[in-house]
Design a protein around this ligand. Sequence first.
Ligand SMILES: [Zn+2]
Ligand SMILES: [Zn+2]
Length: 142
Amino acid sequence: MSCGERLAAELRKHGFRVTPQRAVILETIAHRGGHLTVQEVYAEARQRLPGLNIATIYRTVESLHHAGMVDLFSTTSHATMFELRDPANPHGHLICTICERVIEMELGLIQELGHIVASETEFELDAHHLTLFGVCARCREQ
Ligand SMILES: [Zn+2]
Ligand SMILES: [Zn+2]
């Protein structure tokens, strides 16, 4: 089974319909991996399915999100980014506001921050969705 087929099977298990269009989108997402924007998936999937509509990609990503299969997060240009959830590699995101690079941050760091925030404010951070904005080392050098 290819990675795309595995995603399709999992999505069906969550009660979502997998159309041939969606199968191509899932294949593209699985093949690229990492942090993706809807636009990136659209640009690639469209080469295999010329009639593809970007709204279909948004809806597919939404379904994946509702099925708990992808995490969504935002970048500074307001493009929604997402990635397949990988229980073996939980992490948060640091996003550079200058170059918009996405850097992964160890979950341990976030949990530490979570403990501090909780003891000061009784507010519980959702560690899996934490995204922090700032300036990366490369941009700070310049
Ligand atoms: Zn940067
Ligand atoms: Zn990530």
